[in-house]
Each structure stands twice: as structure tokens, then as C-alpha cells.
Ligand binder design. Sequence first.
Ligand SMILES: [Zn+2]
Length: 415
Amino acid sequence: MTDLLLRGCVLPGRPRLVDIAIADGRITELLTHEPGVRAPAGERIDVGGRVVTPGLVEAHIHLDKALLSERLATGAESVLEAIRMVAEAKRGFTADDIRQRASRVLDMAIVAGTTAMRVHVEVDPIVGLMGMETLLALKQEYAPAIDLRLCAFAQEGILQTPGTEGLLRRALQMGADAVGGVPYNDRDADQHIDIVFGLAQAFNVDVDFHIDFFDEPAHMHIRKVIDRTHRTGWRGRVAVGHLSEASALPAVEQKELAEDLAKAGIGVISLPATDLYLMGRNDDINPPRGLAPIRRLLAADVPVALGTNNVRNPFTTVGTADLAHMAFLAAVAAHMGTPQDLRALVDCLTIYPARILRLPDYGIVPGCRADLVVWDCERLEEIVTAQPFRPWVIKNGRVTIEHERRLRPRWKEAK
Ligand SMILES: [Zn+2]
């Protein structure tokens, strides 16, 4: 028995309309749409020739430090200033405060069609395990609408902030799904990277670094991460965010780096809102954009995700947690405007982040988990170009969001 039938869907790469049959949380069948045919189903939704994609996957977001702009007077002028400002604000965090801000962002993301996300949760002597405890509770509470994967993240460094390694260990014992570091914010980047890989091996979890987040290629810690990925056998289990410095390398070195990343199975998460906001501040004229070289990475078969990162805090003072905005930004900033580019950008919100997070049974074929988004558009590219709203979002085969809009152009009626 079909629980839910989505009628008349436009699916990427399929010339004809499709009906998607769903039972027990999974896609059971894709049927060629026949108008008027009424197959039995618990619930049927007439999608009306709109685009349907798998649920959006947010590969990189900070919920614990989101929505701080309301209590801070300014944004930051640099990455390190943003880290300092948030460290100061963090001293005033309470569990209830984190829960409320994180919930607001989760609610926004779910309306926008996000059905899975990796959350970087700060674990350090300032906030202790308060963020981890709060996010573990939210993971349960929000499970009917979104899968949360929690990455225990050492934003304040590990070696320069004694006690952090022990706290990371505790967070992993509590159930963190991944471990994350930030080698540029510590006194010995190599050792920092080794500690993070050591924890990943000890707890058998994936690794996610904030890395090389400056205008000039002065750090390039990514090379050490590639080396450690091979040595530990963590191929396919490592992701890096930002990687802005790579865009300042000569083209031939960018190409070599992209090939090395592909060989190591390392996913790259570009964070266009934060990268555009914080990079390029040292140049009075012609500032660089500071985005990872998305096109070159994709050309080398590196999985590239576009992530939100921060929502309204000193790192990024704007944001709604709608991933379609990140594709829009990348289309403009990374010069990706052809139909093929625009479709690739949709992949950067769906299949690539799903691969980076190693989500099982992701996609729109029979057997996959029924996590789906219906977009108010008829062509896939419009997801990027026109930012349509999403009338229905489905998680595990159940409708989680039904969104209606009513527009009445009264000025036209008056004519
Ligand atoms: Zn981040």
C-alpha cells in the first residue's frame, strides 16, 4: 500500500512527468504520470508539473553561535576578529539561549527544504559541553523533520586552549558524529591536525576541518590533511570548509591540488556568504572573492558542497539558512551561469553534500529514503536563478512542510 503519492513531478534528467510512490518512509516506485489515473494511496499530492529534488543537505552550519547580531553592535573586519567577538559572546551563553537560537535556525532551514545537516558544535573551556548537550537534545526533538549530524568542533584551538582535547573526547563519548578542527587558529597546525585525526581513529568518526581561510596561500594546511588522510586510511571520510587560500594559487597548482583532493576522497565545502563577507578586506581596490575554486574542483571530480556556515553573527551578518541562497551567490561569485553550471550548483546542495556526509540511500530512485522537496518552478535551473518557494517538504515519507502563498496584484484589477 502506498502511503503517499506525489503526482506529476518534474525530475532532473527525465523528459516526462513522474509520479513518486512512497511507503514506509521510502520511495517504492517511479511511475510515468498518466492524467486521470487514480492509483490507491493514503495521501496524494498533485505537484502540478513542479520540480522535485531530494532533500537539501546542509554540510556546514553553526547553530550554537547563530543569531548573535541582535546582541552585537557590529560585524567583524577579519576572521580572527570574528573568532574573538564570538568567544566573548560565548561567555554569556546559556543552554536555553543556545536552544532558542538553534531552534529558530532549524525552523528556517526545514521550511527551505533542508532534510539533513552537519552542525559544528563548539567544544572548549569557555562553553564546555553545553552546546553538545543542547544539540543532542535538539537532534532528538527535530528527528521527524531533519537528520542532525553533530561535529564536535575545536573553534578556539586545541593546543592553545588546554582542556579542549579532553572535552572533544567527552563530546565523542556523548555521541558526536564527527570531529572538527581549525588548524589556522592554533599554535602548531600540524600537531592540531594530528590530534583531530587521532580522535577520529579512536572513535571511528569522520573528520571536518575549517581550513586555509585567508586571502593569500600562506597556510595551505590542506596539504598536511591530504597526507594524513592517506596515512590513516580515512579516504572518503574527510571534509574541509572554506579553502579560500586555494583560489590565490597559480592555476596549475589549483589543478594539481584538486587532483590530490580527488585522490584522497576529500570533500570541499564552500561557504560563499561568509567567504565573500570576510575575505578581500586587505585590498582597497579590486578585492578578491575568497571562494574555493569551485569550478576547478568539480572538474577534477571533487565533491563540492555549498554551505550556510553562519547566520547573522560577526562572521556573516546576514542569512536565512536557505541553501538556495548559497547557490545563487556561487552562481554570481564563481561565474557559474550556464544551464550546466546551474544544474551542477543544485548538485552542490544535494548529491555532493550527501556524499560528503555519507548519507545512506539518498536520491530519487526506488529504495531511497523519501526525503524530498517540491519547488515552485518547472525547470531545475530556476532553483538557483529564481529562488522559488517550496510548497511541500517531505521527510522519511511524511509531509513536514506545507507552504501556501497568496499573491493578489490589486493594482492590475483597478485598471
Ligand atoms: Zn564554519
